[in-house]
Write a new protein. Structure first.
Length: 242
């Protein structure tokens, strides 16, 4: 695990942005795994700026998002499809056909999960997967107890995760109870993982991810077994680690 210490959220976002831009510039058909939530917002802002200023093009990039809420359509402002369009896709030149998110409105979730796995494999697997970290150690929407062998699957969201995400919804009752998420095994097949962590409230989770015994009870501990993980975290998030 390579740990890069950033002074603050802005620096964390900039460093992650440079790493992705460099990869896109140097790779013929880059395949990037993306996350939603608060953590990567600064990264997406920076990628849009790099594009607008002509330093990078996303024309050859394929993207795969980690997850999507079940039951929210792409027109719903709380869907991850909407989030990604709003924060990144509408502002850069990535072709729509190269953008992938699980379909939260699918009539057949089992089939949707299989299709998603197949699409990732057909793209030759993910080069760099961006991850945020849940307070309970979740990565994607893989909650504590999820099998390390899991592939893209339907998950029941933890109450704590619904509470943490309620800030984006009018009330907690409107936070979906299920999502489709890449599995732990799917994430671990990414060639490189970029874990972004910011803020004091994540310090304990980051400490556990890096130091606790590898266990399905704290999903992020699996990252200790991945050969190419870069953690970019700010001083507050690293306050228990370093
Ligand atoms: C989002 C995702 C989640 C978040 C995590 C942290 O696509 O898969 O695992 O990365 O919940 O969320 P934030 O960044 O909002 O603290």
């Amino acid at each position: 695990m390579q740990i890069i210490k950033a002074k603050n959220y802005e620096e964390m976002s900039r460093l992650a942005c440079s790493l992705l831009v460099e990869h896109v510039q140097q790779t013929e058909s880059p395949v990037i795994g993306l996350a939603t939530g608060s953590t990567p917002e600064g990264l997406y802002k920076c990628l849009v700026k790099e594009f607008r200023e002509g330093r990078v093009s996303f024309r050859a990039v394929s993207t795969f998002n980690l997850d999507e809420y079940a039951g929210l359509s792409m027109e719903d402002a709380n869907s991850y499809q909407w989030y990604m369009t709003d924060k990144l896709f509408a502002h850069v030149d990535v072709p729509a056909r190269q953008i992938h998110l699980p379909d939260g409105m699918s009539q057949d979730f089992e089939q949707e999960c299989l299709n998603y796995e197949r699409q990732i494999q057909e793209a030759g697997n993910i080069d760099i997967q961006v991850l945020g970290l849940g307070l309970n150690g979740h990565i994607g929407f893989n909650e504590p107890g999820t099998s390390f062998l899991s592939r893209t699957h339907v998950v029941d969201l933890d109450e704590s995760t619904r509470e943490a995400n309620a800030r984006f919804f009018p009330s907690i009752d409107e936070v979906p109870t299920q999502a489709i998420s890449m599995g732990i095994a799917s994430i671990m097949e990414s060639k490189k993982i970029l874990l972004l962590v910011s803020g004091k409230e994540k310090a304990e989770a980051l400490y556990q991810a890096m130091n606790s015994p590898v266990s399905e009870e704290f999903p992020a501990t699996i990252l200790q077994l991945h050969p190419e993980v870069t953690v970019i975290a700010d001083e507050l998030a690293l306050s228990k680690v370093l």
